[in-house]
Design a protein around this ligand. Structure first.
Ligand SMILES: [Zn+2]
Length: 62
């Protein structure tokens, strides 16, 4: 959304002071959430929630 302040798409934490962050199509993923994503088991229900969010980003126009 236009005017939305940049922050982690998962925890909404500001990533600007976090150093290195994943940057996907204009959306930030902070280091903590990046770690969580790679550590999550595929059969974990949380994994599906995260993937849903990621999918939304990937399919976003722009
Ligand atoms: Zn985060």
């Amino acid at each position: 959304m236009a005017g939305e302040s940049p922050g982690c798409i998962f925890c909404r934490r500001s990533c600007l002071d976090g150093g290195q962050n994943l940057y996907v199509r204009g959306c930030h993923i902070c280091r903590d959430c990046e770690k969580k994503i790679v550590a999550i088991a595929i059969d974990d229900p949380v994994y599906r929630i995260y993937m849903k969010k990621l999918k939304k980003i990937w399919t976003q126009a722009g």
